[in-house]
Design a protein around this ligand. Structure first.
Ligand code: ASP
Ligand code: MG
Length: 434
């Protein structure tokens, strides 16, 4: 019996009818003779609504009386108040997934398929105590495997776990993907053989670029873990990054599929076969980037450490860093951050420069970053040159260049983002024939 973990996200489980449609996928796999474990997210925008409710209660004294009605929230758009007690927030958010597991189990039972719902704690999903971004430490795959072998479908709550002490934790927004892949790994380790993690979502799979930016983007049949991680780091939003990390570490094949359409999807695997002569798997675009340039800072040991430790303490996520030493004992350090971090960064920069005893900070806004990602970057000469040529021909100026072993990234004016993506996509032979 082949075993699959099928993960259905919040929008696929938004109401009873949608849950029934997901259950159809489970039943189809069962009919083929496969064993299935299911992982679900909270229904629709439940998590966002719960966060909003938490914010309202946390600010209830301050805002009383008649604190504002929250209104509609965008999916993924609700940010918890930074002061919120994290343990309580996780306790609350975990209830979202707890609804869906029971409902999904009911729908399966109603179709004559035996099913058992499990919260993260019941499934033995043990994490560290990092509330709101807990990391999975161990999963007990044995009980679930016994269920599956007995013909039952365990339905496991995504996104949540439990500490050794029994406190409920969550894994960070979008964390159900990670639950699914981690569960597949645990089943493999419990002796299930090769377990595929099927991630059902609202796209057909992974594309060579975001089709809204590059209309001629193609769906990939397969991509390697390494490439997927790099694409995600550089702005492609397909699935939770930690899920891909888990897949790579435990060799879990991941299949990204559309939840409402029968289509082949994209495999995320160790090694993805490549089209002849094509070095790049895909492109990613990050927008709304600011560039911070620190000039005339001392060129001495420990300076960079002090700058970036200061930024890390303030919780600022720094993207690419470039340092140049211009001589005369002074250096220039430039790095990019998201626009949303700029307000927080200004006072931190002042403190850092004061502490270093000199230097000057400039902040420029309105950049985008185009990254070309592919394991072929390693072995094909001239990938960078081909990219720069395509950009030059499109009249796009490059502000910064950064590379990794499998990526070439260019910082450009935000207004040039689409044009640059399309030009580079075409130059690397990624365009779909029309
Ligand atoms: N329900 C959680 C969220 O909305 C986890 C998930 O959907 O994967 O972030
Ligand atoms: Mg969700």
């Amino acid at each position: 019996m082949a075993i699959v973990v099928q993960k259905f996200g919040g929008s696929s489980c938004a109401d009873a009818e949608k849950i029934r449609r997901c259950a159809e996928r489970v039943l189809a796999s069962r009919e083929r003779g496969d064993g299935v474990a299911v992982v679900v997210s909270a229904m629709g925008k439940t998590t966002d609504r719960l966060i909003q409710l938490a914010n309202e209660c946390w600010n209830a004294w301050r805002d009383a009386p008649g604190g504002g009605e929250g209104g509609e929230v965008a999916k993924g758009g609700a940010a918890p108040d930074p002061g919120l007690p994290r343990r309580e927030l996780d306790q609350l958010l975990a209830t979202g997934e707890q609804q869906t597991i029971a409902l999904m189990a009911m729908v399966l039972e109603a179709a004559g398929q035996r099913a058992v719902s499990y919260t993260g704690a019941q499934a033995g999903m043990v994490t560290d105590r990092n509330f709101s971004r807990a990391r999975i430490a161990a999963i007990d795959g044995e009980e679930l495997l016994a269920d599956i072998r007995a013909g039952r479908v365990p339905v496991v709550a995504g996104f949540q776990g439990v500490t050794d002490e029994g406190d409920v934790t969550t894994l960070g927004r979008g964390g159900s993907d990670t639950t699914a892949v981690a569960l597949a790994a645990a089943l493999q380790q419990a002796g299930a053989g090769r377990v595929v993690a099927e991630i059902f979502t609202d796209v057909d799979g992974v594309y060579t670029a975001d089709p809204r930016v590059v209309p001629r983007a193609r769906k990939l049949d397969a991509i390697s873990y390494e490439e997927m991680l790099e694409m995600a780091t550089e702005g492609a939003r397909v699935m939770h990054n930690r899920a891909v990390e888990f897949g790579a570490r435990y060799k879990v094949p991941i299949l990204v599929l559309h939840s409402q359409r029968e289509a082949p999807g994209t495999w995320i695997v160790e090694e993805a076969p490549k089209m002849e002569g094509i070095a790049v798997a895909g492109l990613a675009l990050k927008t709304k980037l600011g560039r911070v340039t620190l000039t005339k800072i001392p060129d001495a040991p420990g300076v960079a450490a002090r700058i970036f430790a200061g930024l890390a303490e303030a919780g600022v996520v720094v993207d690419d860093i470039i340092q140049t030493v211009v001589g005369d004992g002074v250096a220039t350090v430039a790095f990019t951050v998201e626009h949303s971090d700029l307000a927080a960064i200004k006072p931190v920069l002042e403190a850092i420069l004061h502490n270093l005893g000199g230097g000057h900070a400039t902040i420029d806004v309105g950049f985008s970053k185009v990254s070309a990602v592919g394991v072929g970057v390693r072995s094909h000469a001239g990938v960078a040159a081909a990219m720069f040529k395509a950009l030059a021909e499109a009249g796009v100026n490059i502000a910064n260049i950064t590379t990794s072993e499998i990526k070439i990234g260019v910082l450009i004016d935000q207004a040039d983002g689409e044009k640059a993506m399309q030009a580079v996509h075409r130059a690397f032979g990624l365009d779909r024939a029309v």
